[in-house]
Design a protein around this ligand. Structure first.
Ligand code: URA
Length: 291
């Protein structure tokens, strides 16, 4: 990948606006590595788990009635003579059924989901956006107010910065990139997601990963990173390493909303993006059979 370094810095708003916006802090922007220079990354590369993509089970369309029942908080429901268990929302059957869904069934199941209380306060669910065959899967925390209104992830100010970050590594929303969140519904008043909400939403994200089969996941922010890695570690300790989510390598970086408030950490996010690019290049070259 050959990018003009100046162009990339501009995309990340590191030139020259950054210096003008916070003159009082006298922020000094350290020279950032060009992507080629990150062959030996600034941060330590520790492969925490082997990079192996799990075999994806066969996707089958799931009847709409079954999806609605899976998503309902109501008690037992009859579908074509079959009585679903009263405890469907808490039973492994819900997860197992989601794990068999194809893309359309999954989208429908998310749209109809009432598995937790967020269904009562959301305007609409936010399934995710982009290329369902993308190599890059970007995972954020949960929809905010604007996302809740529009039904698309990262459409607010943080979304604009995310688009700039993607542009800096020559990626574009919708082209070889899929963007999703850990939670598909907005927590009211943008409060932190709760454990039960994450547990209920987790099968949806897991199935998205299985169907998309991305080459790399970029986790945005502490919440997304900790949820998908089932970890309580800090962002600082999770950055610069390759982790694993169901067989897909995961790289952690700062959430764009955090970067909007902490401009000085943009350079670290840039390191993370470079690390992600070189990791993906490494994976792709490992895929090419040697002649
Ligand atoms: N923040 C997120 O984590 N996700 C969104 O979709 C929007 C803001």
């Amino acid at each position: 990948m050959s990018l003009a370094r100046e162009d990339m810095l501009r995309e990340l708003e590191l030139l020259p606006a950054w210096q003008l916006r916070q003159p009082a802090q006298r922020t000094v922007v350290e020279p950032l590595p060009a992507i080629e220079a990150v062959e030996s990354p600034v941060v330590a590369v520790e492969v925490v788990a082997p990079i192996v993509v799990e075999e994806t089970p066969q996707a089958v369309p799931v009847p709409v009635e079954v999806i609605s029942n899976l998503s309902s908080e109501s008690a037992a429901t009859e579908t074509e003579g079959e009585l679903l268990p009263q405890t469907i929302e808490f039973s492994p059957d819900r997860r197992a059924a989601i794990m068999k869904m194809d893309w359309d069934s999954l989208q429908h199941a998310v749209a109809e989901c009432h598995a937790c209380g967020l269904a009562d306060t959301r305007m609409q669910t936010v399934f995710g956006v982009g290329d369902p065959n993308a190599e890059w899967l970007i995972i954020g925390e949960a929809p905010g107010a604007e996302e809740d209104r529009k039904g698309e992830p990262f459409v607010g100010q943080a979304g604009k910065l995310l688009d700039n970050m993607l542009a800096a590594i020559k990626l574009k929303r919708g082209e070889n990139v899929f963007i999703a969140n850990v939670l598909k519904c907005r927590p009211p008043q943008n409060r932190d997601p709760q454990g039960e909400e994450v547990v209920k939403c987790d099968p949806f994200l897991k199935r998205q990963v299985e169907l998309i089969q991305p080459k790399l996941i970029l986790a945005l922010g502490k919440f997304a990173a900790q949820s998908i890695l089932n970890s309580e570690s800090t962002i600082a300790s999770l950055r610069g390493k390759t982790h694993d989510f169901h067989g897909v390598p995961v790289i952690v970086t700062y959430h764009p909303a955090y970067l909007l408030r902490n401009l000085a950490d943009k350079s670290k996010a840039w390191e993370d993006l470079c690390f992600a690019v070189t990791t993906l290049q490494r994976l792709q070259s490992a895929d090419i059979p040697q002649s």
